[in-house]
Design a protein around this ligand. Sequence first.
Ligand code: ZN
Length: 253
Amino acid sequence: MSHAQILVGEPDSVRAFAQVLAKGINCIHSSNREDPCGQCISCRVFETGNHPDTFYVTKTKQNSIGVDDVRDQIIEPMSTKPFGYNYKVFIIDKAETLTPAAQSALLKTIEEPAPYGFFLFLAPSAHNFLPTILSRCYLRKVYGKVNKKNTELQVLAREIADTAHNLDIIDAFALYRKFEPYKESKETLLELLDSIYYAYGEKISNSSKAGHMPAEEWLNAVSAVAHTKDVLSKNGNTQLAIELMLVKLTGKG
Ligand SMILES: [Zn+2]
């Protein structure tokens, strides 16, 4: 399990999942961090809401989490060992409000963490993170409930991320047909674009974890998908926007 994770999704589901993980990371009995025992001293202390090694990072002024917040609430506490358990777990809620400067200030801490550090960044989407942060974190989409539609969208998203780069432009236009069943619901379409975004994000974080530079085509793909989401949110022409995106994903546009 990666020591730095970006958990994205609907805020309540993401918060609930972060609580499970934070508890599981310091659980003494369970080896599965997503399934804390609930019985050990760490789990019981966690449930009181006063776990000494769980840190909730919040903004102290303005509307964003700034450099000072990051320094006082993460970097500084990271300089000392945990108080009584194995890990210091930092939960950064509303991480989409981290300023770029605050994210840069965190880079070194995330890149060369002390062995007792765990960082959970919670956000509705991954769009506001710097690529340098994204490439060092495990990106994880949290689903409230797994349903048939979500599964379908994820399968299609993976297929696109795995194959688009090998297509020529004609095939890219043909691929638009796969979007047609969803084109009546903008919400579904945006979810599909999100899933495509995460499918590429997964490739980027996997290659970083393996010690490689992420392929440029994936970085380009992520920005093409983000741009398309913007266009659709502003009521642009759906078919045109998606076809253009598919052409960009082939890398030949
Ligand atoms: Zn436990």
